[in-house]
Design a protein around this ligand. Sequence first.
Ligand code: DC
Length: 218
Amino acid sequence: MSGFKLAIDGPAGSGKSTISAMIAHRLGWTHIDTGAMYRAVTLKALELGLDLNDESSYRFLESTFIHYDNDRIFINDRDVTEAIRSQAVTLNVSLVSSFSYVRQQLVHLQKQAAKEGNIVMDGRDIGTVVLPQANLKIFLTANVEERAKRRHKENLQKGKNASITTLIEEIETRDKKDSTRMVSPLKKADDAITIDTTNLSIDQVVDKIVDLTRSEGE
Ligand code: DC
């Protein structure tokens, strides 16, 4: 297979990034987590002390290179992979990603990165906006309780503790903001295949998508 583009979208906590990284590893392809790119913009804006509600604040992107490489995310040459997972970033990233200027800048970088193909790109608008011509589009879902449980487990491994109830509220708020924003809302592409991961293990989901990819590529 060459030049294949695999788009994986879904709401917060649906397992997109972990699953996409595993698929890319299995196929020897590149993975790009576009959520990490929006988080990097949010981190930088917070560090610069900018007014997050003002779209013109994000002009710094003209001279800032955000890129994802080998499961690490960089602002220029600085590795911010751990820093983008902070609570401050998580609470503000939906706002930052709602501005069309921010989206234009990142979508441009994402399209460039996908040009060569053999890529797994995950996010909210990959099948609808970034790669509308993707060879295969997957939309991952899971019920909110299951997504909160997964986040809780991940957090504990990183030494963070937040109650499941708080996580459910956080995820529901983010789902609402991401699905109702004016520009490129989280939305399943008409030609995407939905996989409900609530009762599936990560390995089962990865196997399923790799099988679909291989049969599509034949
Ligand atoms: O995948 P994540 O939870 O790390 O994404 C963080 C936020 O970035 C999410 O709340 C919405 C936004 N996002 C987006 O608007 N478009 C994308 N393609 C990816 C993420």
